[in-house]
Structure formats: C-alpha cells, structure tokens
Design a protein around this ligand. Structure first.
Ligand code: GLP
Length: 240
C-alpha cells in the first residue's frame, strides 16, 4: 500500500485527477470504478476542467459506480445518479451507455445486484477503482462486519452512515438500504486509489495505517490487494 499525505485538499485533488487522467491516456478504453461523497469532488472538478480544455478523453471509457441508495429515484437530489451527473457525467463526453450505477429502484434488487456484477465482468473487470472512506471504515457501502469476499448486494446502512449523509437529503429520512459493490468486487479491481480528507477521518486513517486486517474495519481489506494507493489529507473538504 502506497501512502501520499497532503497538506491541502486541493493538492490531493490535483494528484487524484492526475492519476485519473493518466489512466485514460494510457488506456482510452479503461474501465473505472467511481466513488461519491465529498472527498472526490475536487478530483472530479479538475478532471472536468482538464478534459474540457485539452481533449475529448472519455469517448471509450466505461464507468461503474460503487453504490446507490435503494428506493431513491435517479432524479432525486440525494441520489448518486444526480451526484454523478452534477460532478462528472454532464460535463464530459462519456457515452451514457458506458456509465453504470446500480438501479436502486429495480423491482427485484437482488436480480439487479447480480446483473451489475455480471456487467462488470462483461466489461472485462475494473481496471482502476477510486474509493472514499467512511468514518467507520466503510468502503462503498460495505459496513463493518462485511465479509471480504462479498460481491454486489443489498445492504442495511448503519445509523452513523445515515447521519453522515443526512445533508444530501435536506430534512428527509436518509434511506436505510443501498446497493453496493462488495469488498470482493472492489478487490478484484486491478488497481485501487483510496481518497480520504477531513479531520473526521483521522481515526479511520490511523486504523488503516495500523495494518490490522479485521472485518470490523472494512477498509483494512485493502491490505490484501497488491496495488492500492491512499491519498490522504486532514484538511477539510470544500462544502458541496
Ligand atoms: C458515502 C459513500 C461512500 C463514501 C463515503 C465517504 O457513504 N457511499 O462510498 O466513501 O460516503 O464520503 P465523504 O467523502 O463525504 O466522507
């Protein structure tokens, strides 16, 4: 596991955007796993501005988001679909048929999870996956206790995760369930970049640095992967 610690959030975002764009430059058909949350926003901003300025970069890129809330319509302001449109999809030349987000409104959520897992396989697997980090160590929506070989499935969200995401639901109840790629799905990505920012993540980062591999701390599964880079800053992330 490689670690890069930054003094400022913008330096972290710059570095993350560089990794993102270099992956596309070296393989224009790259398959990316993408996160949501506050931490990657600066990365997306820089990717969007570079792409607009320099080249039409996303034409043959495929993306798979890590997760989506269950029972939240795509156009809801709190959905990850809305987030991705706002921060990336509406601003680059990604072909909509190559962007994938689990359908949290599917009638049969288990069938949707199986379909999603198969779609990743059909695309040739994930080449590079960016992750955020929950305060309790969750990756995607894989909460503490998740088996490290879990695949895409429906999960219950912990009260702390729901509280951390309350601001995206302005007064409405945060959904209690979500679809997430499993830890096993994430670990099958050929390379992984974890992005974490803000003082609220200090404990989680220290726990990850301790190298204790423990199901009670999902991000520790990343120690079982040969190609993980952690980009970390204690500096606060700009508000949404
Ligand atoms: C949500 C997402 C996670 C993300 C986490 C951290 O729970 N499902 O994938 O890693 O938020 O987000 P933030 O960067 O806002 O702390």
């Amino acid at each position: 596991m490689k670690w890069h610690t930054f003094d400022r959030a913008d330096a972290l975002s710059e570095h993350a955007a560089d990794v993102f764009l270099k992956a596309i430059q070296s393989n224009p058909r790259v398959v990316l796993g993408l996160p949501t949350g506050r931490s990657p926003i600066g990365m997306y901003e820089r990717v969007v501005s570079q792409c607009a300025r320099e080249y039409r970069c996303f034409r043959d890129v495929t993306t798979f988001n890590l997760d989506e809330y269950a029972g939240v319509p795509r156009e809801h302001p709190g959905s990850y679909c809305t987030y991705m449109k706002q921060h990336l999809f509406d601003h680059v030349d990604l072909d909509p048929k190559n962007t994938h987000i689990p359908d949290g409104m599917a009638d049969d959520l288990d069938a949707e999870c199986a379909r999603y897992e198969q779609a990743i396989k059909d695309a040739g697997g994930l080449d590079l996956t960016f992750l955020g980090l929950g305060r309790n160590g969750h990756i995607g929506f894989n909460e503490p206790g998740t088996p490290f070989d879990a695949r895409t499935r429906v999960v219950e969200l912990t009260p702390s995760t729901r509280a951390a995401n309350a601001e995206f639901f302005s007064g409405e109840d945060v959904p209690s369930r979500a679809i997430t790629m499993g830890i096993g799905t994430i670990l099958s990505s050929r390379a992984i970049v974890l992005i974490a920012s803000g003082r609220g993540k200090v404990d989680a980062i220290e726990r990850l640095q301790s190298h204790r591999i423990d199901r009670a701390f999902p991000a520790s599964a990343l120690w079982n992967h040969p190609k993980v880079t952690v980009l970390w800053t204690a500096a606060a992330t700009p508000p949404l």
